[in-house]
Design a protein around this ligand. Structure first.
Ligand code: F6P
Length: 322
């Protein structure tokens, strides 16, 4: 390996900049060249590629977003798009890649590395924490802290008005953001796609819930079995007119902000491990951390798996909501 290309792709996540910095600096440390590719696969296809030095990643470890920008590329899904991307990489003498992203990013990387002889390693960058082969993804810790900051604020106003709030959080089809933040925010109930918790179960819970609580928070993952926060809110309002119910969808606020210490350290560790992995001849794997140790997982295992939900987490919510 002589020259590594690094890019971010898919939804951005806090800590992606720390990951870019780690790849660039460790590449230079090991006497390699490093190029940045803007807007993920889109930039690979349009040739938006530039050489990076140690200064180009100065003062970014603490910044949210991604200095390399990001995109979801339809063109890269086509063989012609991937051919143009490969030609551009060759023109810039790039002979290895580090892809920072999630499911879609690694799906593309997997196809690409099977078609062309270019090793790719991936860094798990997504707030959703929906990849196998790492305990946590870069951005998840910051996002869950953003959520609990927001819900703490919602709790203040909920408490003042004796209101019930339905709070919807992101996660695509994964409920891990809702699960963890629900516990941390003292939620009354959590609705996530992995369990078949339906509105009836929520109703049964609310029937028996203590009536003298001033505020109640129901945490809902987007794309859950029971519908979105508006669907659930409407039904709760109809069934429990005694509750003064409000809905709050946190949205993209969850994707921004300064990365937490945990995300910066995770990004730095896997960034260095990716460069060392490429030097050591590894390819087509995601670099994660499992039980505090670096772990390399083939792309096809890292993506499209069923996230395992720790049922004890749901039990904790039930126990603590009495
Ligand atoms: O994958 C990250 C994520 O924020 C998901 O939680 C969410 O479903 C999706 O991206 C939103 O995508 P977009 O930013 O394109 O609206």
């Amino acid at each position: 390996v002589k020259k590594i290309g690094v890019f971010t792709s898919g939804g951005d996540a806090p800590g992606m900049n720390a990951a870019i910095r780690a790849v660039v600096r460790s590449g230079l440390y090991y006497n390699l060249e490093v190029a940045g590719i803007r807007r993920g696969y889109e930039g690979m296809i349009s040739g938006d590629i530039f050489d990076m030095d140690r200064k180009s990643v100065g003062n970014i470890i603490q910044r949210g977003g991604t200095i390399l920008k990001t995109a979801r590329s339809d063109q890269f899904r086509t063989p012609e798009g991937r051919k143009t991307a490969y030609d551009n990489l060759k023109a810039h003498n790039i002979d290895a890649l580090v892809a920072i992203g999630g499911d879609g990013t690694f799906t593309g990387a997997n196809i690409f590395s099977q078609e062309y002889d270019i090793p790719v390693l991936g860094l798990p960058g997504t707030i959703d924490n929906d990849l196998a082969g790492t305990d946590f993804t870069i951005g998840y810790d910051t996002a869950i802290n953003t959520v609990i900051d927001a819900v703490d604020k919602i709790r203040d106003t909920a408490e003042s008005h004796d209101r019930l709030f339905i709070v919807e959080v992101m996660g695509r089809d994964c409920g891990l953001i809702a699960l963890r933040t629900g516990i941390a925010a003292g939620a009354e109930a959590i609705l996530i796609p992995e369990t078949k918790t339906d509105v009836d179960a929520l109703f049964a819970h609310l029937e028996h819930a203590r009536k003298d609580k001033s505020s109640k928070i129901i945490m809902v993952a987007e794309s859950g079995e029971a519908g979105n926060a508006f669907d659930i809110g409407r039904q709760v309002k109809e069934r429990f007119p005694q509750y003064d119910t409000r809905i709050s969808i946190l949205g993209h606020i969850q994707r921004g902000g300064r990365p937490s210490c945990m995300d910066r350290v995770l990004a730095s560790r896997v960034g260095v491990a990716a460069v060392e992995g490429l030097i050591g001849g590894r390819k087509n794997e995601m670099v994660g951390i499992v039980n505090n140790e670096i772990a390399y997982t083939p792309f096809e295992k890292a993506i499209k798996h069923n996230v395992e939900i720790n049922e004890k987490f749901l039990k904790i919510v039930e126990i603590l909501a009495i």
